[in-house]
Structure formats: C-alpha cells, structure tokens
Design a protein around this ligand. Structure first.
Ligand SMILES: Nc1ncnc2c1ncn2[C@@H]1O[C@H](COP(=O)(O)OP(=O)(O)OP(=O)(O)O)[C@@H](O)[C@H]1O
Length: 233
C-alpha cells in the first residue's frame, strides 16, 4: 500500500534521519519506535508532505506520491489545537465539511471515541484525553485507506488505551493500513504487525513483531540490546 525507500532528512550534520525504508500493506499496522529525538516525527512529517525529504522515494500502490494528493491518508498529529470555544460536535463537523463527511459520519465518529454525551460541551472544557479522542475521531472521519497517527495514546487513560487498541484492530479488519509512533512498547507488541526502531536517526530494526518477540523476548529488551550494541562501535 505504502512504501518508502531510503527516506532521508538532513537538517544539519548533527540532526538527521537517514535511509529509512519500510512498507505497510492493507490490513497491517506498523509502529515507529525510538527514543526522544530519534526521528519518528521527522519521518511522519515527510510522509504527510509537511517536510520535503532531502532524498528518498515514497510510493502509494506502487505510484510515486504526488505532493498535492492527500486523499490516501488521514493524519492525527500529536498536538492538535482545537478552537476552544467550539463544541466537540462543531469541531468535528468543520473537519467533516473539509473532508466531505456526512453529519451521520460525524456523529458515528464521536460515538466511536465515546464523546457523544460530551459533544455539546466547548472544547476548552475537555480534558487532555478527551481532546486526544477528538483528534482520533478527526482521523477516522474520512475513512481513508491509511491512518497515520503521531503518538495517538498520549494522555489516554488505561480504559481508552484499551479501547484504542480495539479500534485499531477493527480498522485493520476493515483493511486499513496504519502507521503510528509511540513510546509505549506494550501497545506495539499487542497491535503492530511490524516495527521500525530508530536510534539517533538510523533505522536499527525493521521486522515483524512476531519474529522479534519469539521465544518470549520483549521489544524493550530487544531495543536496549540494539542500542548498547550500536553504542559499543
Ligand atoms: N526543524 C528542525 N531543525 C533542526 N533539527 C530538527 C528539526 N526538527 C527536528 N530536529 C532534530 O531531528 C532529530 C529528530 O527529531 P524528531 O522530532 O523527528 O524526533 P522524535 O523521534 O519524534 O522525538 P520525540 O519522541 O521526542 O518526539 C532530533 O535530533 C531533533 O533535534
């Protein structure tokens, strides 16, 4: 569905993300992992067209991505600021108008993220987790083939982390491709099919989660082993 080859962003000699290659297919979920400053957001910004790559290629259904063709993905940023005086329903309706979603779809998405009862409250009265769920609803609106989610579980309580995982599994069953960045490795083990692990702008691991976690190993132990190996050279 989506393939990236040798994706590279060189901000300067110290800050760069180099030679990232991966693909994600329909019905699959790929997790972007790595510590603070590893390069996850940089990769996402290049995927969504917010940041021009220094080099590299991106393909959707084997066709090079056109700069202005945004129909193939939905995006959930890590910090989405909503107009504080609008209600949740008004906010999602506005996004719905931009994305061509019906009022029925707006209400359906509010329901999916558990905001039906709070839809007529102003967003300034929403908690961080509620705003995060509204941002997730915004990403679901268009029913796009690929969901790109930047740290989607930030601020969610345990129940909504559990619900998020359930919703992602449902999207996978519908044939959606999903890319998400996270620091929560337990979530990766539970819902991702493949994982990209980045350290200081370099891709150290690109593999299936089941292959990595065979023999009962945890992603945490695998990633730490990779980092220490990388640092010893
Ligand atoms: N606009 C910029 N100009 C220069 N360097 C940048 C810029 N944006 C990011 N960087 C640098 O690029 C590297 C990757 O940053 P990025 O934000 O992609 O990391 P991240 O994995 O998303 O981190 P976090 O988990 O902390 O959000 C870091 O060294 C960062 O300082």
């Amino acid at each position: 569905m989506l393939e990236v080859r040798q994706l590279t962003k060189i901000y300067n000699e110290q800050n760069k993300v180099e030679n990232i290659s991966f693909s994600v297919q329909e019905g699959q979920c790929l997790a972007l992992c790595g510590g603070n400053g590893a390069g996850k957001s940089t990769i996402i910004k290049m995927l969504i067209g917010q940041l021009p790559p220094t080099k590299g290629d991106m393909y959707v259904n084997e066709q090079p991505i056109q700069n202005n063709d945004k129909q193939w993905f939905s995006f959930m940023p890590d910090h989405l600021q909503f107009p504080p005086l609008l209600t949740g329903y008004e906010v999602l309706s506005l996004f719905g108008q931009w994305q061509g979603a019906t009022d029925e779809r707006v209400k359906q998405c509010l329901d999916v993220v558990g905001l039906t009862n709070d839809q007529h409250k102003q967003v300034r009265m929403y908690s961080k987790g509620m705003q995060q769920r509204l941002a997730f609803a915004q990403a679901l609106l268009a029913d796009a083939a690929l969901l790109i989610l930047d740290e989607p579980t930030n601020g969610l309580d345990p129940y909504w982390v559990w619900e998020f995982k359930r919703l992602i599994r449902l999207e996978k069953e519908k044939g959606k491709a999903i890319i998400f960045s996270t620091h929560m490795l337990s979530i990766v083990e539970e819902i991702a099919d493949t994982v990209v692990f980045i350290h200081q702008g370099q891709m150290l691991i690109y593999d299936s989660v089941s292959a990595l976690c065979q023999d009962g190993k945890s992603l945490e132990s695998i990633f730490f082993a990779q980092i220490s190996q990388h640092m010893s050279y």
